[in-house]
Design a protein around this ligand. Structure first.
Ligand SMILES: *Cc1c(COP(=O)(O)O)cnc(C)c1O
Length: 457
């Protein structure tokens, strides 16, 4: 390729308006929301980088697939189209549709969890951890040490600490019903897991007789990183790498709101017949009949088409490059970001940018609110607001205070991202003038969604 610019590999066929607002309007909106960005009306947000979950644009062919949906209660042909698309990449014997990822987790851990059990993972996503703990079992994170250091440039910071996993399975013999590995490692900065690490993780699990499941939400982004960064993988098809990843596991849970390009959806897939039957019975209790789960036939067809599109190399090259474009520009402007840049988001290091704001005065919240007030950009605090409250009601600083800018798939153009870069630069220039916050009202659990804040004088 003689050209430097990687263009969006699509053109826009249908558009939604983006309402322009002024700093004064945004100030009014954020005060009314108690300085909590989850409390904003989405129409008051100009560039919404709160999450990449279910917020992407569907393609023309996905909308066409919606028209093809068959809404039969049982035995819908849309289920077969969905199942075949899943099995083309993940050839597990049983494919069980759910309304989103956490429903698959709830069903699996209802079947496998319970008091005295433990489930290791590189890093559990928050809903995964919550569903395991709700069953009475323990959720344990065993990511490599490099994965805990935001400045470390290791190419596969999502890797499992295989020696620690081996030791854990030895010391918890008979207590581990399943081991997990999350690709990419969302809670660890969207960092990938190497194929070699997956092979070793799989071998350790097999040696201990413990099934290995993938939390595969961003499997295609992970496979692209493998193709780009892992020796010997450069000439492979992404779909082929994905099939090898699947061959190393015994099952998977999935949020189809991520790489499958859906606005809703998920699934549970596995090989074990008896466990699949147990899960299907639980599915009928809370989600629906096994050929639709929590979804309409039309949703199943849109996801099948999304799965065909997400493994396209031009799409993935654009996806990973456009996330890095934002991260690299911020780093070049001297704004501290978690390195290397992950697949679906850029994480600003608020504690490093705002050293004058103590962790218990929420530097991540201060930065997120400033990005919104300044430019209408909505990110998500991932720090002491989200993780600081302890079970006994006390408070302590989280390991890191970050602001995540997650990029919805195929939704914003490069000029939108150039604007986001400018907004970040403007906020960084006035960093010294930013003040911390205190919480004036909060619930006992998951406070970041509904807490209300007041700025410190
Ligand atoms: C989003 C996500 C989930 C949960 O999926 P939902 O569809 O939001 O319920 C689980 N694991 C990871 C890694 C995720 O990113």
């Amino acid at each position: 390729m003689p050209f430097r610019t990687i263009i969006e590999p699509f053109r826009i066929q249908s558009v939604a308006p983006l309402r322009m607002t002024t700093p004064a309007q945004r100030h009014e909106a954020v005060v009314a929301a108690g300085y909590n960005l989850f409390g904003l009306h989405a129409l008051d947000v100009m560039i919404d980088l709160l999450t990449d979950s279910g917020t992407g644009a569907m393609s023309r062919d996905q909308w066409a697939a919606i028209q093809h949906g068959d809404e039969s209660y049982a035995g819908s042909p849309s289920y077969d189209i969905f199942r075949e698309a899943v099995q083309n990449l993940f050839p597990f014997k049983h494919v069980i549709p759910t309304h989103q990822g956490r429903a698959a987790e709830k069903i699996l851990f209802t079947a496998l969890g319970g008091k005295g059990k433990a489930v290791p993972n590189n890093t559990h996503f928050d809903t995964t951890r919550a569903n395991i703990e709700y069953s009475g079992a323990q959720a344990v994170d065993l990511v490599i040490a490099e994965g805990r250091d935001p400045a470390n440039l290791h190419p596969f910071k999502g890797n499992m600490d295989v020696a620690a996993l081996d030791a854990f399975l030895s010391s918890h013999s008979g207590q581990v019903p399943v081991a997990f590995i999350t690709i990419t490692n969302n809670s660890g900065g969207g960092q990938p897991v190497s194929l070699e690490n997956l092979r070793q993780t799989s071998a350790v699990c097999r040696r201990h007789g413990v099934p290995l499941f993938l939390d595969a939400c961003r499997f295609a982004e992970n496979a692209w990183f493998i193709r780009e960064r892992e020796p010997g993988q450069q000439d492979r098809e992404v779909a082929d790498i994905v099939r090898e990843m699947a061959s190393l596991a015994d099952g998977m849970t999935m949020s189809a709101k991520k790489d499958p390009m859906g606005n809703i959806g998920g699934w549970l897939a596995l090989n074990d017949d008896a466990l699949a039957e147990q899960c299907r019975n639980l599915l009928i209790l809370t989600e629906g009949f096994p050929t639709y789960g929590g979804l309409a036939g039309r949703d199943l067809e849109a996801l099948a088409q999304g799965l065909r599109e997400v493994v396209d190399h031009d799409y993935l090259r654009y996806r990973i490059r456009s996330t890095a474009y934002l991260g690299d520009a911020l780093a070049k402007a001297g704004i501290p970001v978690v390195q290397p840049i992950g697949g679906h988001a850029v994480y600003l290091d608020a504690r490093a940018l705002l050293p004058h704001i103590a962790p218990l005065q929420y530097p991540g919240q201060a930065l997120a609110v400033a990005l919104y007030e300044s430019g209408g950009v909505r990110g998500c605090e991932i720090g002491t607001v989200m993780f600081g409250r302890q079970a006994d009601g006390s408070e302590k600083a989280a390991t890191l205070d970050l602001v995540r800018l997650a990029i919805p798939r195929r939704t914003y153009t490069q000029s939108h991202i150039d604007y986001v870069i400018e907004v970040c630069e403007e906020v960084a220039r006035k960093a010294k003038a930013l003040r911390g916050y205190r919480i004036v009202a909060e619930p006992a659990q998951l406070r970041h969604f509904t807490a209300r804040f007041a700025p410190l004088a």
